[in-house]
Write a protein that binds this ligand. Structure first.
Ligand code: FAD
Length: 463
C-alpha cells in the first residue's frame, strides 16, 4: 500500500489512517504481547461504523489483506499483520452505554473489559468476562469469555443478547436469537471469523462488591491441594469461583516479604455470595483442609477493582507465549506434570491457570452456541511470560514442553482464545469438535472468500 493509497483511504474515513511514514505508526502497531512485532501497510483507526464499512470495502476492492484489532490482547497478535490493512476499533468504537432499567449494556466493538465493568458498576451491575481490565471485549466475547463470574452467571457469550456486524462485503446486519440466528450461534464462540462486530448487547446482573480471596500453598503440597480443589470447587455453590494457579509470588503487597519470589501454587477466589468479613471467613475455612496455607487473604472489594488487580503486574509490553487445553478432571498424571513444571518455571511471571467453566456455564446445552466444550470443568492455559526479550526462547520452550506433557490428560481441544499462534488448523478443529462443519457452513454464507482469516481460522465449507 503506497502513500497514495493511504491518502485515498484517508479521504474516505473520519478516523485517522496511519501509514509507515507517519509519526504515530510505531505506537499504533504496538500490541499487548511484545513478542509480536509486525508492520502493517496501514492502520485505519475507525471513528464509527461507517468507517469500518468503508475500510472493509477498500480492502476488498484493492485486494488488500485485512486484519481486525479489538483490544489487541490476543496471544498470537492476530490483530496485527505484516502488509495488511488493520481495521482498528480501539479508539472510536471504545464506548459503553448501560440501561439500568432493562439491565443491559450496549458495548462498542473496541471497548475493553474495564470500560464495561466501570459503566455497569455505576448501577451495581456486571456481566461475566475475564480477569483483566485491559482485555478487549471483542476478541474475548467472540471466543467465549470466562472469568471471575463464570460459575455464577456463565460464559460471556451466555449473556450476549445480540450484535451488530459488518460483513465481508461491507454491509451491516444484526445477529440475535430473532435475526440471523445462524450467525448469532456462530458468533458465540466462533471467534472473529464471520465479520466485524461493531457493537455487542449484553445482559447484566446485580453484582456490586464481591469477596476476593487469594490462597497460596508451598509447592510440596501441590498434590494434596489439586486433589482437594478438584473435589471442592465443582461441589461448591455457583456463587464461588476460584481459578487454580502455579506461580512465583510477586515481590510486593499484599504478600509478606518472606514469601516474595517463592514458587507456590494457589487459588484466586471471587465470591458473589460472601461479600462481608464474617461470611468470607466461613466460606474460606476449608482452605486449610489440604495443607496449611503459606498465605491467605480475603476481603470485600468492588468488582471493577478485582478485575483490575493484575493490570500492573502484567502490563502491556511483556514477552508472551501460551497454550491451552480443556479438562474434565485433574488426573494423578496431570498433578505430576504440574509439579515438575512448577519446579522448572523459567521466569517470575510465567504461570499456569485452570479457569472453571462449570456451574452456570453448564446451563446451556452443547448445541446452543458454537462453544463446543460444555462438558469441560476447567479451561487451562500455560503462559510463558517475561519482560526480557532474551527469555523468548526459554518461555516458549517451557510452555510447549509443559503442554506436550499435559495434553494427554486433557479433553483434546483448547479454548480458542488460548490457542498458540502457531498451532495450525487441526487444533482449531479440535477446539470446535463436532461444531466445526456447521461453523464452516455459516462461514460460507457470511464470508465465502475468507476475508476474515487473521484469527483461529474456520475455512468456508464451499470455497
Ligand atoms: P485482539 O488481538 O484485538 O483480537 C483477537 C482476535 O479477535 C483477532 O482475530 C481479531 O480480529 C478478533 N476481534 C477482536 N475484536 C473484534 C470485533 N469487534 N469483531 C470481530 N473480530 C474481532 N480470555 C478469557 O476468556 N478470560 C480471561 O480471563 C482472559 N484473560 C486474559 C488475560 C491476558 C493478560 C491476556 C493477554 C488475554 C486474556 N484472555 C482471557 C484471552 C483473551 O480473551 C484473548 O486474548 C482475546 O482474543 C482478546 O481480545 P482482544 O479484542 O483484546 O484481542
Amino acid at each position: 500500500m503506497g502513500g497514495t493509497a493511504v491518502e485515498t483511504l484517508r479521504e474516505q474515513l473520519r478516523g485517522d489512517v496511519i501509514g509507515p511514514e507517519d509519526p504515530g505508526y510505531d505506537e499504533a502497531r504496538t500490541i499487548y504481547n511484545a513478542m509480536i512485532d509486525r508492520r502493517p501497510a496501514a492502520i485505519a483507526r475507525c471513528a464509527d461504523v461507517t468507517d469500518v464499512r468503508a475500510a472493509v470495502r477498500y480492502a476488498r476492492d484493492s485486494g488488500m489483506d485485512l486484519a481486525v484489532r479489538g483490544g489487541g490482547h490476543s496471544g498470537g497478535g492476530l490483530c496485527m499483520v505484516d502488509d495488511a490493512l488493520v481495521v482498528d476499533l480501539s479508539d472510536g468504537l471504545r464506548w459503553v452505554r448501560v440501561d439500568p432499567e432493562s439491565r443491559t449494556a450496549l458495548v462498542g466493538g473496541g471497548a475493553q473489559l474495564g470500560d464495561l465493568d466501570h459503566e455497569a458498576h455505576g448501577y451495581g451491575l456486571a456481566t461475566p468476562a475475564g480477569v483483566m481490565s485491559t482485555t478487549g471485549v471483542g476478541g474475548l466475547t467472540l471466543g467465549g469469555g470466562h472469568g471471575h463470574l463464570t460459575r455464577a452467571y456463565g460464559l460471556t457469550i451466555d449473556n450476549l443478547l445480540g450484535a451488530d456486524v459488518v460483513l465481508a462485503d461491507g454491509t451491516t446486519v444484526t445477529a440475535s436469537a430473532e435475526e440471523n440466528p445462524d450467525l448469532f450461534w456462530a458468533l458465540r464462540g466462533g471467534g472473529g471469523n464471520f465479520g466485524i462486530v461493531t457493537s455487542f448487547r449484553f445482559a447484566l446482573h446485580p453484582v456490586d462488591n464481591v469477596g476476593l480471596g487469594v490462597t497460596l500453598w508451598e509447592p510440596e503440597h501441590i498434590g494434596e491441594v489439586l486433589r482437594w480443589y478438584r473435589d471442592f470447587l465443582p461441589a461448591a455453590g455457583e456463587d464461588l469461583n476460584g481459578f487454580f494457579a502455579t506461580l512465583v509470588v510477586a515481590p510486593g503487597p499484599p504478600f509478606p516479604e518472606e514469601i516474595h519470589r517463592k514458587k507456590m501454587c494457589g487459588v484466586v477466589w471471587c465470591s458473589t455470595g460472601a461479600t462481608d468479613e464474617e461470611s468470607l471467613t466461613k466460606t474460606f475455612a476449608p482452605v486449610a483442609e489440604p495443607a496449611r496455607p503459606a498465605f491467605h487473604f480475603a476481603t470485600p472489594m468492588p468488582y471493577p477493582a478485582v478485575q483490575a488487580m493484575f493490570d500492573e503486574l502484567i502490563p502491556k509490553g511483556l514477552q508472551w507465549y501460551w497454550r491451552g487445553d480443556f479438562f474434565d478432571t485433574i488426573t494423578e498424571g496431570a498433578i505430576d506434570v504440574h509439579r515438575t513444571f512448577l519446579e522448572n518455571i523459567p521466569s517470575d511471571l510465567s504461570t499456569m491457570h485452570l479457569y472453571p467453566v462449570d456451574a452456570a456455564a453448564h446451563r446451556l446445552g452443547p448445541m446452543d452456541t458454537a462453544w463446543a466444550y460444555r462438558d469441560a470443568v476447567w479451561s487451562g492455559v500455560i503462559g510463558g511470560i517475561s519482560p526480557d526479550p532474551a527469555d523468548a526462547d526459554a518461555i516458549r520452550g517451557w510452555a510447549v514442553d509443559y503442554w506436550d506433557a499435559l495434553h494427554p490428560h486433557s479433553m483434546g481441544g483448547a479454548y480458542v482464545n488460548f490457542l498458540g499462534q502457531d498451532e495450525g488448523g487441526e487444533r482449531v478443529r479440535s477446539t470446535y469438535r463436532g461444531h466445526y462443519d456447521r461453523l464452516a457452513e455459516v462461514k460460507s454464507t457470511y464470508d465465502p472468500d475468507n476475508v476474515f482469516h487473521h484469527n483461529q481460522n474456520i475455512r468456508p465449507a464451499k470455497s
